[in-house]
Design a protein around this ligand. Structure first.
Ligand code: ZN
Length: 140
């Protein structure tokens, strides 16, 4: 395991905009506030979602699209740099009216309502290609 000691910096609470992409809003916020590393938690609801599942054998993401409303119970993620842009790596657990859930790595979701807590760190995290997994991971 590689690691780096970080110090907590600014903290934020935010309300996501209705009708906008969940992850895109977080990335826009990070750019506006010059955040180079952070973790966040979120909850709320979305109108649809596209989740990605990483096939470890083929080393490719497979998209699964859901065109239905969900509660976000919750979303968790982090902010770091990927290919020259801020990327909000986001995982979501989404529940239906009957309490059943789907979950995964978030690609896109249209926000119905959302609340966020963000904690910034005093470092810059930049993802780099990892040969073993073919993923973009933190070289710490
Ligand atoms: Zn992921």
């Amino acid at each position: 395991m590689d690691y780096r000691e970080v110090e907590g910096m600014r903290e934020y609470v935010a309300r996501l905009d209705h009708g906008r992409d969940w992850r895109g809003q977080i990335e826009d916020f990070a750019a506006a506030e010059d955040i180079d590393a952070a973790f966040f938690f979120g909850l709320g609801a979305v109108r649809d979602a596209t989740l990605l599942f990483y096939d470890q054998g083929r080393q490719e993401y497979e998209a699964v699209e859901f065109d239905e409303p969900f509660e976000v119970v919750p979303a968790v993620g982090n902010i770091s740099w990927l290919d020259g842009e801020r990327f909000a790596h986001t995982h979501m657990t989404l529940s239906r009216e009957d309490g059943s859930v789907v979950a995964g790595h978030l690609d896109t979701a249209t926000t119905f309502a959302g609340e966020l807590y963000v904690r910034e760190f005093d470092t810059k995290l930049e993802r780099a290609h990892d040969e073993t997994t073919d993923l973009d991971l933190w070289p710490l």
